[in-house]
Ligand binder design. Structure first.
Ligand code: NDP
Ligand code: 2IT
Length: 451
């Protein structure tokens, strides 16, 4: 099958799955020269097999809300690929969760996890449950009902879920408690656990910190750094918060943050004090980003209309952009605004936040562009370090974990650049990350035979 035949076959086989097809197309186009060079990969139909989940579980989740009403949600786990290790990847609780969204996330996770150098396969799961506006009790009831089915399909050597949108420390705690009770064993079956019961220091910070380490590595290739750079950040959850924190540490200026209703622009930039306010607002009070401008008068707030043809957050002048909210939040028009304003670098904290058209605009304009599967891999890499600590029955210090994280991000950066170079696409981190991730998994699949 040549590339266009494969693309057509994947489209025909996965109708109504736009997100999955978007992620698949990007990879298929990047990998074509690798397949041409390695006839075994075509003969063993490696890419076709990677595009098919090894197993996909879908289940009903029934629970009682605070008023005593019965609620019904859908739960899923996509076990995409286990060639190089147990399935590994987060759980997303958001009303927009569909099989297409989870398949795209699981597919990207396979490449991302391979890039970390830690033996982890790829998976993803979640539910259309919306934690927003729910009481703690309702979130606990839902998590227990969700784990009431999921526990049969996971295990510390089989499939190790973690957090993603709508799933943070609170949800991981409730799910871990439910798993432990049902399975009657204490193992590292989830990552992102609390410190003191198997969690790793720096896991909370890891995705945001790793993203900014990666960006710093990119800038260093041009003898540049984040110091003094004006940065646009979207989102205000786990990834955005720690991206902003590391931007501050490295002397950059983060001027925006957002949630699904709007964004703030603070010309003076985030300080430690402002960031603490944001963390408390989002993590403890579970409030809206709008409240930031009531406290800090240097900032302005604007609604974001999800249906508009561009997002005003990306129309501000900046050197660097870090989308850290969700998929397809930077489209072609947004990318053009960024380029017109002199953007130097865009590194993805979220998974697939830039559309294919948006990526093309950035790359054609010479903007340094890092795909999420490389630049946000610090989260899952540190989950891998959490698994290792759990297997060993030990805890590493924050300094040790942070040093390992930095080292892993540098490795991913260098490996992606080297692969891009080797295939005649110098400086193209997207093609490089796809090729390097693919090669590792593909070689394992060839070695393990037709299964
Ligand atoms: P959180 O739930 O902590 O935060 C998500 C943020 O994005 C919130 O500010 C949320 O706003 C906003 N958001 C969510 N959905 C939408 C939407 N449809 N439109 C606009 N804004 C939205 O999630 P994380 O920070 O963990 O995840 C953010 C991104 O990073 C995701 O793409 C995730 O897959 C990716 N990622 C996460 C990793 C992790 O370790 N957590 C690792 C690697 C990638 P609101 O408060 O209104 O919902
Ligand atoms: O998208 C991701 O890499 C995550 N949500 C983190 C997954 C993990 O297993 O830590």
């Amino acid at each position: 099958m040549n590339t266009s035949e494969l693309l057509a076959a994947v489209k025909a086989r996965n109708p109504n799955e736009p997100e999955f097809l978007q992620a698949a197309e990007e990879v298929i186009l990047s990998i074509a020269p690798v397949i041409d060079k390695n006839p075994d990969f075509a003969r063993f139909r490696i890419l076709e097999r990677m595009l098919e989940p090894e197993r996909m579980i879908s289940f009903r989740v029934t629970w009682l809300d605070d008023k005593g009403n019965v609620q019904v949600n859908r739960g899923y786990r996509v076990q995409m690929n286990s060639a190089i290790g147990p399935y590994k990847g987060g759980l997303r609780f958001h009303p927009s969760v569909t099989p297409s969204v989870l398949k795209f996330l699981a597919f990207e996770q396979v490449f991302k996890n391979a890039l970390t150098g830690i033996p982890m396969g790829g998976g993803k799961g979640g539910s259309d449950f919306d934690p927003k506006g729910k009481s703690d009790n309702e979130v606990m009831k839902f998590c227990q009902a969700f784990m009431g089915e999921l526990y049969r399909h996971i295990g510390h050597r089989l499939d190790v879920p973690a957090g993603d949108i709508g799933v943070g420390g609170r949800e991981v705690g409730y799910m871990f408690g439910a798993y432990k009770k049902l399975q009657n064993e204490f193992t590292g079956v989830l990552t992102g656990k609390g410190i003191g019961w198997g969690g790793s220091l720096i896991r909370t910070e890891a995705t945001g910190y790793g993203l900014i380490y990666f960006a710093e590595n990119m800038l260093q290739t041009k003898n540049d750094s984040l110091k003094g750079k004006v940065c646009l950040v979207s989102g205000s959850g786990n990834v955005a918060q720690y991206a902003i924190e590391k931007i501050i540490h490295l002397g950059g200026k983060a001027v925006t943050a957002s949630d699904s209703t709007g964004y703030i622009y603070d010309e003076e930039g985030f300080t430690k004090e402002k960031l603490e306010f944001l963390k408390d607002l989002k993590n403890n009070k579970r409030g809206r980003i709008k409240e930031y401008v009531e406290k800090f008068k240097s900032a302005t707030y604007k609604d974001i209309d999800g249906k508009a043809d561009s997002n005003p957050l990306w129309s501000h002048k900046a050197d660097c952009a870090f989308p850290c909210a969700t998929q397809n939040e930077v489209n072609e028009k947004d990318a053009k605004h960024l380029v017109k304003n002199g953007l130097k670098l865009l590194a993805e904290g979220a998974n697939m936040p830039t559309t294919i058209e948006g990526i093309n605009v950035l790359i054609d304009a010479g903007v340094m562009y890092a795909p999420g599967k490389a630049s946000n891999a610090g989260g899952v890499a540190t989950s891998g370090l959490e698994m290792t600590q759990n297997y060993m029955g030990t805890n590493w210090s924050a300094e040790e974990v942070d040093a390992k994280l930095k080292h892993i991000m540098k490795n991913i950066h260098d490996t992606s650049l080297a692969a891009a170079n080797e295939y005649g696409k110098a400086g193209n981190y997207m093609v490089g990350a796809n090729i390097a991730g693919f090669l590792k998994v593909a070689k394992a699949m060839v070695a393990q035979g037709v299964i």
